[in-house]
Design a protein around this ligand. Structure first.
Ligand code: UD1
Length: 421
């Protein structure tokens, strides 16, 4: 098996413009939702990353025809959907595999998805997905490591989520679009990716209102027609480049983005005394080489995104003063802390909080990516550190970033990707 790593020579300010790719977290549920169409959907602005490849493999496994006319488009035709089960070999590679449950159940009345199991950042249960689908009339069992759902017909229902889970909102919304009657999802997630999924479903003929608010109303329809749709850009990829620019004291423009969706992050960067210019579809950040520490608490949108927590923790390690980061979404999302400490950072984790005492600089070291965003945090730290940083297990990073090293090189970073066979 080949082992891949990044080697970064740090302390080179990033300069230039980077085009942000399509959103991973919007593309995954939308790819799953193509199962609902009576014909071939074309999706544009799809990022090139491993999680997307695995989702495409899952759709192929179910019998869909999946073609990629170019690097950023995918066509999915579920006309010859022939299987109802996603086996562990595929489901285990991607937490988002469970997003196939709602669409598959609604389309065929029968779905079996192997449980992906635990995940480094937390237990990530699926009880809210299951409760919602059961409320729509599905009979759901957990058998031999798979969740099996059956329903001859789904019926509209009022569903209140105990927590505004992104995935549960998506799965329930996808199942309810073909249910008989009206459904309401209360305390629904309001993330931009929910709005994008609803827009995609509506472009197929679904009747959904209220996406982006805490109550989503869905009026079931009999069938959905094929459509062409362009996915929103990735606010977390954009945020990662902004944090990297700030950490290196550089000046970077992220373009092809929706700045409103980045407000929770840009507000924090401004509070750190970094200079930001916001245009219609771009943000430019100018690092001052000496950002000020802030406190951060992750929350559901429009609060600060948990998916930017690790990258901002990396930036705080070289900021002036002490910052406290509180993670309220996932229970085990500080695995980057010991790795950053290997580079000279001072982070103390206690329960759900991390206290970060800012240092003037970090020094390069051999470190390990433990999950996707933790890996991105190490890249940011490596770009800012004195000397060379070697990051192993970068397959985590490649699950969710579209050609990260290539894009960083265009901004002047000294980063190489090494494959040891
Ligand atoms: C999605 C994103 C992920 C992001 C997260 C929070 C995708 C593919 N992934 O993950 O990048 O970090 O939103 O913004 O879009 N929970 C339950 N029961 C459930 C479902 C969730 O208790 O049935 C809990 C989880 O354990 C977690 C919290 O709810 O503590 C948030 O999870 P959720 O919003 O569902 O995140 P995901 O959809 O898995």
């Amino acid at each position: 098996m080949s082992v891949k790593k990044f080697v970064i020579r740090g302390q080179k300010p990033l300069e230039g413009t980077v085009t942000i790719s399509g959103s991973k977290n919007a593309a995954l549920p939308i790819l799953a939702a193509t199962l609902l169409a009576d014909g071939c959907c074309t999706l544009r602005n799809i990022p090139q990353l491993t999680d997307i490849m695995v989702m495409c493999e899952i759709l192929s496994e179910l019998g869909c025809s999946v073609t990629k006319p170019d690097g950023s488009s995918v066509m999915v035709d579920p006309t010859h959907l022939s299987r109802n089960a996603v086996p562990y070999q595929l489901a285990g590679r991607l937490r988002g595999s469970f997003l196939v449950m709602g669409p598959l159940l609604a389309k065929t009345g029968n779905a079996s998805i192997a449980l992906p199991g635990g995940c480094p950042i937390g237990t990530r249960p699926i009880d809210l997905h299951v409760k919602g689908l059961a409320a729509l009339g599905a009979d759901i069992r957990n058998t031999q490591g798979s969740v099996i759902a059956r329903a001859d017909r789904l019926y509209g229902a009022k569903i209140y989520l105990d927590f505004p889970s992104v995935g549960a909102t998506e799965n329930i919304m996808c199942a309810a679009v073909l249910a008989e009657g009206e459904s309401f999802i209360e305390n629904a997630a309001v993330e931009p990716e929910i709005v994008d999924l609803a827009n995609f479903l509506c472009s197929m003929g679904a009747k959904i209102t209220g996406a982006g608010t805490d109550t989503i109303k869905i009026k079931g329809v009999n069938c959905l027609v094929p459509t062409q749709y362009t996915i929103i850009s990735d606010r977390i990829e954009a945020g990662t480049f902004l944090a990297a620019a700030a950490a290196t004291g550089g000046c970077v423009t992220v373009k092809n983005i929706l700045p409103d969706y980045l407000k929770p992050l840009t507000a924090k960067l401004t509070e750190m005394d970094l200079s930001l210019t916001v245009d219609e579809e771009a943000i430019t950040i100018k690092g001052n080489g000496d950002p000020r520490s802030v406190d951060i608490k992750t929350l559901p949108f429009p609060g600060f995104p948990t998916d930017m927590q690790a990258q901002m923790t990396a930036l705080l390690t070289i900021s002036q003063g002490t910052g406290i980061v509180t993670e309220t979404i996932f229970e085990n999302r500080f695995m980057h802390a010991p790795e950053l400490n290997r580079m000279g950072a001072s982070i103390k984790v206690a329960g759900r909080s991390a206290v970060i005492e800012g240092k003037s600089s970090l020094s390069g070291a051999k470190v390990k990516a433990t999950d996707l965003r933790a890996g991105a945090a190490l890249v940011i730290a490596g770009l800012a550190a004195r000397g060379d940083t070697e990051i192993s297990d970068i397959y985590h990073i490649e699950r969710g970033y579209d050609r990260l090293d290539e894009k960083l090189r265009t901004l002047g970073a000294q980063i190489i990707r090494i494959t040891d066979n």
